[in-house]
Ligand binder design. Structure first.
Ligand code: NDP
Length: 255
């Protein structure tokens, strides 16, 4: 394989759609072997086919990041398939909105289990393989909403703040081992996470334009999943060899 990441093995959580899917395609297009997970097996197989048709190398493993043995299995299958691990992109996440007193306790637990504990588990099982390689890169999807919370965002904000803590602490734990750990903080991105379920294409096109208008002092549009994917590749590349423990806003200047 040729490209910026030829010979590298990448593991991505939550790549059956959205930012993770775009990032899997982008890494594979740059020569990496990509292991990725998500719960929706049909979509996983579809993304895997898409990458292979384009001449890339990928393997989908069905895994729910809330389930420890699933995460362990995902990482093991990726390492067994491709002979190691160099780069991890821990991206799986969900959003649930409600005013705090109306937020179900189960819903709060679910968001934390996915967005925070899922990142902990992913790193726990990935890091030994990065140590075995003598270094590597971990990137975690946080959010531009991490510093300033959004209305009805109690669970989401708590989860993403937890992720920032995990990133900073892990950067300290593994700096000497040559492992860089950073968070990417996307602004509003055109994915199922922000598109209201069931909204038709024409309505969504108008709503997306309106959301872009809200980015009034910046680039004046919302991000595409590919915009965020390219930023992830940049952070994973050696250009950023001296960056660790950082959170990088990729929000088109909206914040
Ligand atoms: P999507 O809903 O398209 O993608 C979410 C991905 O996470 C899917 O692949 C989904 O796969 C996976 N996922 C969710 N829960 C689990 C789970 N329990 N186990 C394994 N995989 C899971 O939305 P985005 O691409 O927007 O979301 C990706 C990340 O980006 C999230 O962390 C989100 O918080 C973050 N983000 C998004 C922004 C936006 O505006 N869109 C802004 C800032 C951050 P499956 O359902 O198949 O399990």
């Amino acid at each position: 394989p040729r490209g910026r990441f030829a010979g590298k093995v990448v593991a991505i959580t939550g790549a059956t759609s959205g930012i993770g899917r775009a990032t899997a395609l982008a890494f594979a297009a740059q020569g990496a072997a990509v292991g990725f997970c998500g719960r929706r097996a049909e979509l996983g197989a579809q993304v895997e086919r898409e990458i292979r048709r384009a001449g890339g190398t990928a393997r989908y493993v069905r895994a729910d990041v809330r389930v420890e043995k699933d995460v362990e299995n995902f990482v093991r299958q990726t390492v067994d398939s491709f002979g190691g691990l160099d780069i991890a992109f821990n991206n799986a996440g969900i959003s649930r909105t409600a005013r705090l007193h109306e937020l179900g306790t189960d819903t709060f637990d679910d968001v934390m289990a996915t967005n925070a504990r899922g990142v902990f588990l992913s790193m726990k099982y990935q890091i030994p393989h990065l140590l075995a390689r003598g270094g590597g890169v971990v990137i975690v999807t946080s959010s531009s909403a991490v510093e300033v919370a959004r209305p009805q965002g109690a669970a989401y904000s708590a989860g993403k703040r937890a992720v920032q803590g995990l990133v900073q602490a892990a950067a300290l734990d593994y700096g000497r081992d040559g492992i860089r750990v950073n968070a990417i903080m996307p602004g509003t991105t055109d994915t199922a996470l922000v598109r209201p379920p069931g909204m038709d294409d024409a309505t969504w096109t108008a709503a997306r334009a309106w959301l872009g208008e809200q980015n009034v002092d910046g680039l004046h549009r919302i991000a595409s999943p590919e915009d965020i994917a390219q930023a992830v590749l940049g952070l994973a590349a050696d250009d950023f060899a001296y960056m660790t423990g950082a959170g990088v806003f990729v929000d088109g200047g909206a914040s």
